[in-house]
Write a protein that binds this ligand. Structure first.
Ligand code: PLP
Length: 311
């Protein structure tokens, strides 16, 4: 049997992910007026589901949206998207869209919109080609800058991604795997789907401003504490990345992945560093032990969501 592409929950129904649609007049489409989150499932366990739900809730509040489902219902829907697709490893998205303006008009008052909740599962993916886990990723410092927090609060997980997409084209044109974007002030921020880290003189450092505070980033701070490593945020310039002893990225899509080249410069000796490899391995070991895990099976026995029962 061919593997499913995923299952979506939309309008109170579960459908193949390729059949899920949103109305063309939903400001989610016309104005990127949508917030979301993405949580990984590995061998039947969600990772840090409550942390992802907390971030989703915060994103919704910032843009003044209220999902029509409660948190237990959301968990149950997410679990069903995975179970119905028969995935044991998946990335699962939850979205809150603004929803159509009152009266069905194309341009109007956002207070009249009835917010909608959507979710979908897709097969687990890596934000760089999978073999980079072992060999290390090649990042490209893009000319395109990350939209500043004063315009778009990057702590809110959003789909305003023109900067990330233009930067991705720059990186791919240059033969790299992914871009890393600078802030308008010239400091490192993040890339499409991941946070960046450097290791310098035994200290593990990551940018602190103008970025999404990744749940995997939070995990790296915890793993560093377990491993007795000093970890902190810092204002980092691209030359700090090029001159780092080692570097890595963190994402729900791949965990912790060494970085071995930035633009045209090798990092260290161009091989994944010891600390990056240690943290990468610890991440997967801890996940296999059930650290921060919620079993999919436990969420399938939750009460049937209101929306499915015909809200
Ligand atoms: N930065 C951006 C822009 C992202 O979209 C993501 C995740 O998709 C991340 C960082 C990493 O966040 P997390 O570790 O929660 O996956």
């Amino acid at each position: 049997m061919a593997e499913s592409n995923g299952i979506a929950y939309s309008g109170g129904h579960f459908v193949p992910v390729e059949d899920a649609t949103i109305p063309i007049l939903d400001p989610a489409f016309t104005k990127s007026d949508v917030v979301f989150d993405a949580v990984s499932v590995w061998d039947g366990n969600f990772f840090r589901l409550d942390d992802h739900l907390r971030r989703f809730r915060d994103s919704c509040s910032y843009v003044r949206m209220k999902p029509p489902l409660g948190e237990d219902e959301i968990k149950h829907v997410l679990a069903q998207c995975v179970e119905k697709a028969e995935f044991s490893r998946s990335i699962v998205y939850m979205l809150c869209t603004r929803g159509r303006y009152g009266g069905g008009v194309a341009f109007g008052d956002p207070r009249t919109c009835r917010n909608e909740f959507l979710a979908y599962s897709v097969p687990y993916y890596w934000v760089v080609p999978k073999d980079r886990i072992q060999t290390g990723a090649h990042l490209w410092v893009a000319e395109t800058r990350r939209a500043p927090d004063v315009a778009i609060n990057q702590r809110v997980k959003n789909f305003n991604r023109m900067d990330l997409t233009c930067a991705q084209f720059e990186a791919l044109d240059a033969g790299a795997d992914q871009p890393v974007l600078l802030s308008t002030g010239g400091y490192l921020t993040e890339g499409p789907g991941f946070n960046v880290w450097i290791v310098k003189d035994g200290r593990v450092l990551t940018p602190g401003e103008n970025l999404l505070e990744g749940i995997t980033r939070l995990t790296v701070f915890e793993l560093c504490q377990m491993a007795g490593l000093e970890a902190a945020t810092a204002d980092l310039k691209p030359q700090d990345l090029a001159a780092a002893d080692e570097a890595f990225l963190s994402s729900s899509g791949g965990g912790i992945i060494p970085i071995t080249k930035v633009s045209n410069a090798l990092i260290g000796d161009g091989k994944p560093g010891d600390i990056s490899r240690r943290l990468r391995d610890l991440y997967w070991e801890k996940r296999a032990q059930g650290w921060h895990a919620t079993a999919l099976a436990d969420l399938l026995v939750e009460p049937v969501p209101r929306a499915v029962a015909g809200r």
